[in-house]
Design a protein around this ligand. Structure first.
Ligand SMILES: NC(=O)c1ccc[n+]([C@@H]2O[C@H](COP(=O)([O-])OP(=O)(O)OC[C@H]3O[C@@H](n4cnc5c(N)ncnc54)[C@H](OP(=O)(O)O)[C@@H]3O)[C@@H](O)[C@H]2O)c1
Length: 272
């Protein structure tokens, strides 16, 4: 089903901004409803054919382009410079602001966008590009229900969404689900390297690891059982998988992931 989209000004179109925009375009967002503000205009060749206006400054925007939402997708250390031209810009007066910038609080966003009609923090992850994303959302307390609904629909078109009750929870969802695809890709890389070390060719091992991780993700999405039940389904008593898990992985992986999340959480706090 094609979603109905608001008009968007995307500030920064790198890995995550690009993943979002590719996801929305694939779902039916009309490129003419979107402008990308990015000084280098490095994405112009890819996006201009979709009708997206890629501009290096607000002055280049067509006078009749009025975004309903500004989506901020720059790195935390680029935020102040990227937002400075937007603060008093007529083109974005009355627009809602959605920030995907890790660690940057609603209070800080309100300082940067005093005229915003709504402020929402969103923490998506890279699978939004293939409409399998997970996005956590937190809205400034005075955000209108309609605006929250529009933001939710925007991200729900690219996967699952979760509204958070407390702002600090977004630090943890950043470390868990924002960073999460990297843990899964690392698992695929580690499986491929282990297979190669033990005798498979690099190509065969990479194929086996990649297809196993992606197929397991799809299965996890389709089945209703929890992950632990699916582990037990593969690891039958006395079998190969049980022996492999009991070699130490079943203890080391959860421990390692908990430590990783704690480190990610600390970094997300420090960015703010
Ligand atoms: N990557 C992820 O998986 C992920 C997941 C969740 C959230 N996030 C958040 O998403 C944000 C962007 O991360 P990223 O990984 O996409 O980084 P990135 O690939 O470095 O993208 C940053 C983008 O901002 C542009 N930019 C730099 N200065 C700008 C300015 N003054 N005005 C407008 N655009 C400017 C960059 O353009 P040039 O490259 O041409 O300079 C680039 O397109 C971060 O705050 C991060 O916390 C990322």
């Amino acid at each position: 089903m094609t979603a109905t989209y608001p008009s968007l000004l995307l500030v920064g179109c790198g890995k995550m901004g690009g993943a979002l925009l590719r996801g929305w375009l694939a779902k039916g967002l009309n490129g003419r409803q979107v402008a990308v503000l990015q000084p280098s205009r490095s994405v112009a060749d890819e996006l201009t054919p979709h009708g997206v206006a890629v501009v290096a400054s607000l002055a280049e925007l067509s006078a009749d382009f009025v975004p309903q939402f500004v989506v901020v997708a720059v790195r935390p250390n680029q935020l102040a410079e990227a937002c400075a031209p937007l603060k008093d810009a007529k083109a974005v007066q009355g627009a809602g602001v959605i920030s995907i910038v890790a660690g940057i609080s609603v209070v800080r966003l309100q300082e940067l966008f005093p005229q915003a009609s709504a402020i929402v923090r969103a923490m998506p992850n890279l699978p939004v590009e293939v409409q399998r994303g997970m996005t956590s959302l937190f809205a400034a307390p005075d955000t209108k229900v309609e605006a929250k609904g529009e933001v939710e629909a925007l991200f729900a078109s690219l996967g699952k969404t979760l509204w958070l009750g407390k702002e600090e929870q977004i630090l943890l969802t950043t470390a868990l689900a924002g960073s999460g695809p990297a843990y899964v890709f690392l698992l695929a890389q580690a499986m491929a390297e282990a297979g190669q070390t033990l005798g498979l060719s690099a190509t065969d091992s990479a194929l086996l690891a990649r297809a196993t991780v992606s197929g397991s993700g799809l299965l996890l999405d389709k089945r209703t059982e929890d992950a632990a039940t699916l582990v037990a389904e593969v690891a039958v008593a006395g079998g190969v998988t049980e022996a492999a898990l009991q070699s130490g992985l079943q203890q080391d992986l959860p421990r390692g992931l908990r430590t990783a999340l704690e480190a990610g959480l600390a970094r997300a706090k420090a960015l703010g």
